[in-house]
Design a protein around this ligand. Sequence first.
Ligand code: C2E
Ligand code: MG
Ligand code: MG
Ligand code: MG
Length: 274
Amino acid sequence: RVPESEALPVMPGDAALRHGVLQQSRMEARLREAIRTDGLQMLYQPIVQLPLGKTVGYEALVRWPQEDGRVISPADFIPLAEQTSLILELDAWVLRRSCEQAVEHAGAMRRGYVSVNLSGRQFAQPSAFDLVASTLEATGLPPERLQIELTEGVIMSDPEYAAQLLDRFQALGISIAIDDFGTGYSSLAYLHHFSADVLKLDLSFAREVRRGPNGARIVRAIAAMAEELGLRVVAEGIEAEAEGRQLYKLGCGWGQGYAYGRPVCFSEQAEGGA
Ligand code: C2E
Ligand code: MG
Ligand code: MG
Ligand code: MG
């Protein structure tokens, strides 16, 4: 027989690992509580028409404020939530709150649309359509004022299912944006299978354009193809207005980024007159 100590060696770093797991489950419990008690916050970042920068809609971006005043960014808790079914609750909360606020602040929003990120887990649920439809009904937000953002990876992981669900969303009257385009499968040629409306060019492209002519060529080619497919192109991560004008010349009709406004809560949005 193998002595127990050999079968289950205590590896160096095991305590640290256990500590990490413990911390993670604590964070998970606190996040669950935050969702249940409306302890998360939505910020909204303008999406503008290029080249002039007129706001046409807002992307809803979640934040997790802490008691000590720190704010945890979604990059640090969405991946954690995605490991469990917590992401389903989070997405539902975000959708509900974003639609409510879009109704409540319709004036400050100039009746623009609100663009909400949906996780792959939520999208894969048989109840995804009903969640969106019932949230619109409960909040009274007209469907044409809602856009859902899905990454290309989410769509491509089950193309047939995605095509059907996107058709149903289109029939409902909401619009669909393919988020972070260019970071995953990049199968532009495949996009005509999906009823999507918008292609959000990942912010790495704005960075490439800043770097030089190769970036510009790629953006021009993607934008031309998108136009053929009837998709509007939103360039993400525009940090200077000159960049926005350049992206416009390359074929991006819309943009988003710090140059036009950071993500802020609605009270600031109204004051800033964004
Ligand atoms: P995303 O959907 O691609 O969102 C755009 C991210 O780029 C946001 O980061 C935004 O603050 C940031 N950004 C905007 N303009 C600029 C710019 O000019 N320069 C740079 N460097 N960054 C810019 P954020 O808010 O930290 O969100 C990160 C990601 O977390 C999002 O990427 C999205 O994938 C996810 N996420 C955010 N909110 C939600 C949510 O409510 N639900 C879900 N499921 N995911 C969310
Ligand atoms: Mg997004
Ligand atoms: Mg994006
Ligand atoms: Mg992104």
